[in-house]
Design a protein around this ligand. Structure first.
Ligand code: FAD
Length: 488
């Protein structure tokens, strides 16, 4: 039986493991943390439970497909609830827009904000649908293993059609004149950890996911998806070794020979898959001489995605007006991204996102709201305690100014910083999704799913193809598994 070793039990590693085990491979996953799901994880504080990582779930069919492909019933592992009016967007002037997957509802609100956008809305929906359809057809389900995969004629033809040279901001300006609405639709760049003023217009397809396909929540918290994946993997015979870190991959004649574990053991596999962040884990585990095509200068040539500053707050009250998802926008979005990417500093006036899942499922926090508060942060692990405390106070102060004085109801809170993210998941400088999509080259030509110098080493997860975000990462695992199964 062919043996596959997977480094990391994130969604990418788990989805690959499930399909491989179902096809008869012996699969072992080594995960340095003690739970499945990587960045998709739970935190508990007081009587509140929090989802870290994916709060906004889109494309539920991708997660269901992993389970269904093995002949099991997805609903037996996780169930999705659709959030019709999904995100309240608060703007600096005190107004707000409730985004929904009901276009009539969206359009009604547009008429109060922006007559131009009201007129253009059907055209916008048509164009984001086209961008999504093309991306689905040509990019999502393909593995990118070798040069020819990147240069295929069909792919290049598709690439020209997805507006690669226009920025997301420029694209959105064609449909929205009101600066508040522009902020709202520009924010989709942050779903791939990038800046709307640089990232290609192609990523307007994320608006399609939210506005047309819808936003979902998983009963019991979104990490139930990871639990369900781990359960199905185990049923199929995958051995998941928690609390075991891989410390080295030895290479002989361009093949990964053995992987070395933190418990002192060494294991041989026919194929190895790295699910951890390629920019960090690959150079950490493989000697530089064995990866001539991926030297430090190559790592440094990538601009990492943003990181996040997260504040978990367990409250003793349900605060009036807080929904499941809400965003409090800064007054100058352009400046915010300049600070994040050019100056590599925390934004002076950050946009604040809050997930309050107990709005939908009270059991997540029976005694009050469970606020997972996130601001965009630069990808750097250089930070001080003073700086973190300052960010926390700034968040509470800003929310109070906006009419949500939550701090006085906090029972317990906790900060998760870019440095924590970097340490916990071995992510490059705390970046959430590996290379950013700010440059056309990195948006479309992400690091390949296969090591150029090592014939049996593959990559899955947010830093490789097709990209960041939980459905994409899951697809990367499926794509690589299918490739390995077909090459058997
Ligand atoms: C704060 C935050 C908010 C987010 N919001 C959303 C959202 O709303 N919607 C959405 O879809 N996505 C969101 N994401 C992104 C989403 O969480 C990720 O894209 C996805 O979960 C990443 O999965 P992955 O498989 O690439 O890797 P990870 O989840 O990073 O898994 C990799 C695993 O590899 C392990 N590992 C690394 N090195 C080693 C080693 N040497 N030995 C053993 N194990 C190792 C790590 O411990 C980790 O568990 C968010 C992420 C964060 C952090």
């Amino acid at each position: 039986m062919m043996k596959v070793g997977i480094i990391g039990a994130g969604l990418g590693g788990l989805s690959a493991a499930i399909l491989l085990a179902h096809s008869g491979f012996e699969v072992h996953i080594y995960e340095k943390n003690t739970y499945p799901g990587g960045k998709m994880r739970r935190y508990s504080l007081g009587s509140s439970q929090f989802d870290f990582g994916p709060n906004t779930i889109t494309m539920p069919s991708v997660f269901q497909e992993v389970i269904a492909q093995t002949g099991a019933v997805p609903d037996d592992y996780f169930q999705f609830t659709r959030l019709e009016v999904h995100t309240r967007n608060h703007f600096a002037d005190g107004s707000y827009f409730d985004l929904s997957s009901d276009q009539t509802f969206n359009k009604e609100q547009l008429s109060n904000f922006d007559p131009f956008a009201y007129k253009k809305f059907e055209g916008y929906i048509k164009e984001i649908t086209r961008l999504y359809t093309l991306s689905e057809q040509h990019f999502f389900r393909k593995t990118f293993m070798k040069k020819q995969d990147f240069l295929s004629l069909n792919l290049l033809k598709a690439l020209v059609k997805v507006r690669p040279l226009q920025t997301l901001h420029q694209f959105n300006q064609q449909y929205f004149e009101d600066t508040r609405l522009l902020q709202m639709v520009n924010r989709y760049a942050t779903y791939v950890g990038s800046s709307p003023y640089e990232t290609p217009a192609t990523f307007a397809m994320i608006a399609y996911l939210e506005m047309i396909q819808g936003v979902y929540y998983v009963n019991g918290g979104n990490p139930t998806i990871a639990d369900g994946f781990a359960k199905r993997a185990t049923e199929l015979g995958v051995q998941i070794h928690y609390g075991v870190e891989v410390t080295k991959i030895s290479v002989e004649s361009r093949k990964a020979r053995q992987i070395y574990l933190s418990n002192g053991e060494a294991k041989k596999f026919d194929t190895v898959i790295i699910n951890g962040d390629l920019l960090k884990v690959y150079p950490d585990l493989v000697e530089s001489r064995d990866r001539p095509s991926f030297q430090t200068k190559h790592v440094e040539s990538y601009q990492p995605t943003m990181s996040a500053f997260v504040l978990l707050a367990s409250l003793n009250k349900r605060v009036e007006g807080l929904k499941h998802h809400q965003v409090f926008f800064s007054s100058d979005y352009y400046k915010e991204f300049q600070e994040l990417f050019q100056k590599k500093q925390f934004p002076s006036d950050p946009t604040i996102y809050i997930c309050n899942s107990s709005y939908t499922e009270k059991a997540m926090s029976p005694n009050g709201d469970n606020l997972m508060i996130l601001i965009n942060a630069p990808a750097t692990t250089i930070e001080s305690t003073d700086q973190l405390v300052e960010q926390k106070q700034k968040i509470y102060h800003t929310l109070s100014l906006k009419g949500f004085p939550v701090q006085k109801h906090v029972v317990e809170d906790m900060i998760i910083s870019p440095r924590n993210i970097s340490h916990q998941f071995h992510s490059f400088n705390g970046a959430l999704y590996g290379p950013s999509a700010n440059r056309v080259k990195d948006a479309f030509f992400r690091p390949s799913n296969k090591a150029k110098d090592i014939n049996n080493l593959y990559f899955v997860g947010g830093s490789t193809h097709p990209g960041g975000g939980s459905p994409m990462v899951t697809m990367s695992g499926m794509n690589v598994a299918n490739h390995i199964i077909q090459s058997k």
